[in-house]
Write a protein that binds this ligand. Sequence first.
Ligand code: AMP
Length: 453
Amino acid sequence: MKFEDLGLVEPILRAVFREGYETATPIQAKAIPLVTEGRDLIGCAQTGTGKTAAFALPTLQRLRDLNAKSPKPSGNGQHKKKKKRRKIRALVLSPTRELATQIHDSFAAYGRFTGFRQTVVYGGVSQGRQVRALQKGVDTLVATPGRLLDLMGQGYIDLSNIEILILDEADRMLDMGFIHDLRQIVKNAPAERQTLMFSATMPRQIRELANQWLTDPAHVQVAPAAAPAEKVEQSVYFVEPKQKPMLLARFLHEVPSSRTLVFARTKHGADKIVRRLKRDGIRADAIHGNKSQAARQRVLDNFKADKLPVLIATDIAARGLDVDDISHVINYDMPHDAETYVHRIGRTARAGAEGVAVSFCGREEHPKLRSIEQLIRRAITVEKKPDFIRAAEASPNNAPSATKGKKPSGRKYRPSRKYHSKSKSKGSSRGAPGSAAGPRGNGSKRRRRVSAR
Ligand code: AMP
């Protein structure tokens, strides 16, 4: 659907075209008319579907419409000097600093011709700059819950003029333990407001909160969480934990890719992978919660600017990551649940591009693979074990400690018969690193791209 048909006003349309958007994504086509009408809305959509514009564009339009309708403020006489200061009228809550920054940037881009102002507040950095931006007055505030409450407590933020409240990635906010903060925040917002809630999944708790906080909401759903990006080519290596570092390094050296996002289970694990890859001459860096905001942003900027070909991330840090053209997603550690797998691989093959998702699955992780296959209702292609891993397995000295003294191929992965056929387990056409048929030839191109030299 065309943006012109969604009832957006000219300054917003102009900004949309300036972003290079031609047609609205499904969530935008559904949500924009409902939100501009003033409806509360529950949106079930993941990052990558265009959901930020789905709420930001109509929010900007509502701010304009409500401005036009409301009588000129007579001032409540609290602060004579600051009588004309803008009041926060739209509040967006986000689970992570990265996502908050991206949402803020989107509001700035889409609202560039509207004259509205926005700012973003999040924890992990000193508050001075954020407070100064707030003191200048903003129409839209994007915030992570903890810092918002902190600044509210200090009297820098007043929610009493909020007209639109947006909860983005609500499920992740609950996962991260923000429920009490959210209750507190919602309590401080006016009861009469428009509320939008976006969530990638809709567990019971989210539905209950929606019942409490939203009024007669419209429901909009796109790409159910169980549907992985159609164009992602998915495969799995069965490999023991001890061999994962070597497999990753070989893979990155030998398989041509542009941007690779590697998922690690823990922050410590992510740092370990970076150190290992650097020893192998591969430029890689990590983002996770232990790094300062400035350091995370620097890493992200380098990744986006093609200065860093490999980014290692934990699930939480990667949440809301808005980077296009990720050619490969590697599940170095299998995700703890099947839905997270779908989120992870959705980072590649965005906006119609093709992508590859490769998983490194240890013996202990087989049950996770099985539940992923059940969720996505298809078998994941099993890659041929690279020769160097076979050699390592054959040598008792190199055998991973967990399997020392045992037969290396003792307990085999038993795929659910429903999803696996014999032909599926042959290895994909991409070529396995280190195998006789591995892409050594075109690997040199890749090496040039990822090497530190
Ligand atoms: P989101 O799901 O909001 O994180 O958006 C994912 C990416 O899609 C971002 O890079 C947006 O800039 C981009 N995007 C959003 N809407 C459109 C659209 N209608 N056409 C093209 N790209 C879009």
